[in-house]
Design a protein. Structure first.
Length: 201
């Protein structure tokens, strides 16, 4: 009797273990199959899916004026003069208008400026603001203040307009050095020189 009970217990435990392994194997094969034949051939088993990515969506901005003052960014090239001045963005029924007035620029250099998607304290303004994050990296999907006109005394000005209204992702205006004084060609990646946060006034 004891031998029969022992046999039944062993058989039952073995069946449970085999059943659990079979379920695990079936799930792994189903996951590999979802990746396609190449992944299955390579023996790839995907990790469990993590939480969905994404952050808060950009919100509409109230009509009015948003402005701030320029200051040099920490990673401005060595020897960059102190750049001061203001950036201003106006949201209205007609769309968006952005302008800048800066001092401390070199009349012999070429500068460009853009609206950026982060405040100056975050990655020195981050990357270019875009009306459509999935759209092209150029106007009219971005706001470029280019070229920046510079007087012989180093005062720069520029403006740009759009019929679309900028949203809460428009955080700052960044001035870049497009071509150093005396250079024959433009910078491959124009460095950031100064940044101004856009705060509602």
């Amino acid at each position: 009797m004891r031998a029969r009970r022992f046999s039944n217990t062993v058989t039952g435990n073995l069946s449970v273990r085999i059943g659990a392994r079979a379920v695990t194997a079936a799930l792994a094969l189903a996951a590999v199959g979802a990746l396609g034949p190449a992944a299955a051939h390579a023996g790839v088993v995907p990790d469990p899916p993590g939480p969905a990515a994404g952050g808060p969506a950009a919100a509409a901005l109230a009509a009015g004026s948003y402005s701030g003052t320029f200051a040099n960014v920490a990673d401005a090239p060595a020897g960059t003069a102190a750049i001061t001045g203001t950036a201003k963005m106006v949201i209205s029924a007609a769309g968006t208008k952005v302008s800048l007035a800066a001092t401390g620029l070199d009349p012999k250099a070429v500068y460009v400026a853009h609206v950026h998607n982060q405040p100056c304290a975050t990655a020195e303004g981050g990357t270019h603001f875009q009306f459509d994050p999935k759209g092209p990296m150029a106007p009219p999907n971005e706001i470029w203040l280019t070229p920046v006109a510079v007087t012989p005394k180093g005062a720069g000005s520029a403006s740009a307009s759009s019929t679309m209204k900028a949203n809460s992702s428009a955080k700052s205006v960044v001035i870049h050095l497009k071509r150093p004084a005396g250079a024959a060609t433009d910078e491959a990646k124009p460095p950031k020189l100064a940044c101004a946060d856009l705060a509602h006034k």
